[in-house]
Design a protein around this ligand. Structure first.
Ligand code: BTN
Length: 283
C-alpha cells in the first residue's frame, strides 16, 4: 500500500467503481487536500496495468467536478510500454501510476508527450543534478545515459471534456535488472544517498505534471524541452516508418513538437513515437 488520503463523503466510491469489479481496487481516497493535487486518488495493491484500468469508461463515469484522477499500484503485473513492449516493474522498488488530467489549456497534441518528459525532468531534479538528466524525445528520461523513466501519453475526447492520460513508470528502489536491460536502464537508488521514498517521487511528479499541464506556455515548453534534451540537437538517429528503417541527423523541433531531422539532404518533421540514437560504430 502506498498512501492513504481522507475520504470525502460527497463522492461515492461505489458509484465510481461500478462496473469495474472491485478486486483490484483496495481503496479510494477522493479529494486530496489542496490544488494542484488530483481530485481523486485510487490505490491498488495489485493490478495488471494502471494505463489499461484507467480507461475511457472510468473517465466517463466521473462526476463533472473531478478534474484529475490518479491511479497508483504497488504491484503492476502486466505493465506495458510503447510499441507493445512490456515494462519491468518489480514490486516494492518501481513506481507505476497513471494520471488523467482534464484539459484546461488546449495544446497541439505533439506537445503533451514533451510536457510529460519535461515535468519528469523538472521533478526528478529534486534528487538528481539536472546536468545528469537527459530527455530522449519524446518523453523517456535518462540518467547518465540510462533510462530511469518511461511514459505513455494518450488524448481522449469524452463529451465536452478532453482528457490527457499519462502512464509513468519510474525506477526508484534497488533493482536487479534482467541482462537485456542492465546496460540501458538505471534506478534512483544507484544515484542517491539516501534514495527517495516512492511516495515523495510520486507526489513530486503529480505536482509537476498538473502544474505544467495547466500553466506552462507552449513556446516556453519547447524552449525548456530543447535545453533539456541532447538528442534534439545534431544527433544521428534512426527510426522506423512503414516498416522501413530511416536514418538522419536531428536539427531541433518544429512548433508542433515534432523532431526535425535531415535525411538525404532534406529537413523534415518526424511523425513517429520512437527514435534511436545511433552508436558511434553505426555511423
Ligand atoms: C515506455 O518506455 O515504453 C513506456 C513505459 C510506461 C510504463 C508505465 S508504468 C505505469 C503505466 N502502466 C502501464 O502499463 N504502462 C505505464
Amino acid at each position: 500500500m502506498i498512501k492513504a488520503y481522507p475520504l470525502r463523503d460527497d463522492l461515492s466510491p461505489d458509484a465510481l467503481t461500478e462496473g469495474l469489479g472491485n478486486s483490484w481496487v483496495s481503496s479510494l481516497w477522493p479529494q486530496l487536500p489542496t490544488e494542484p493535487f488530483p481530485n481523486l486518488v485510487m490505490v491498488a495493491d495489485e493490478l495488471d496495468s494502471t494505463q489499461d484500468r484507467l480507461d475511457e469508461k472510468l473517465l466517463a463515469s466521473l462526476p463533472p467536478e473531478v478534474e484529475s484522477l490518479l491511479l497508483v499500484t504497488e504491484k503492476q503485473t502486466a505493465g506495458h510500454g510503447r510499441e507493445g513492449r512490456s515494462w519491468f516493474a518489480p514490486e516494492g522498488s518501481s513506481l507505476a501510476f497513471s494520471l488523467a488530467i482534464k484539459v484546461r489549456k488546449e495544446r497541439p497534441l505533439g506537445h503533451w508527450p514533451l510536457l510529460v518528459g519535461w515535468a519528469k525532468a523538472r521533478s526528478l531534479s529534486s534528487w538528481i543534478p539536472f546536468r545528469d538528466l537527459d530527455l530522449k524525445w519524446p518523453n523517456d528520461l535518462l540518467l547518465k545515459g540510462k533510462k530511469i523513466s518511461g511514459s505513455l501519453c494518450s488524448f481522449h475526447r469524452l463529451g465536452d471534456a478532453s482528457w490527457i492520460k499519462v502512464g509513468i513508470g519510474v525506477n526508484v528502489g534497488a533493482m536487479d535488472f534482467p541482462p537485456e536491460l542492465s546496460t540501458q536502464a538505471t534506478t534512483l537508488f544507484d544515484h542517491t544517498e539516501p534514495p527517495p521514498a516512492r511516495e515523495s517521487v510520486l507526489c513530486g511528479l503529480v505536482d509537476s505534471l498538473l502544474e505544467d499541464a495547466h500553466s506552462l506556455k507552449g513556446d516556453d515548453l519547447l524552449r525548456l524541452y530543447a535545453r533539456a534534451s541532447s538528442i534534439v540537437h545534431n544527433t544521428s538517429i534512426s527510426w522506423i516508418e512503414n516498416g522501413v528503417e530511416h536514418r538522419g541527423r536531428t536539427n531541433g523541433m518544429d512548433e508542433s513538437g515534432a523532431l526535425l531531422c535531415e535525411e538525404k539532404g532534406t529537413l523534415r518533421p518526424l511523425h513517429v513515437s520512437e527514435v534511436r540514437q545511433l552508436r558511434p560504430e553505426e555511423l
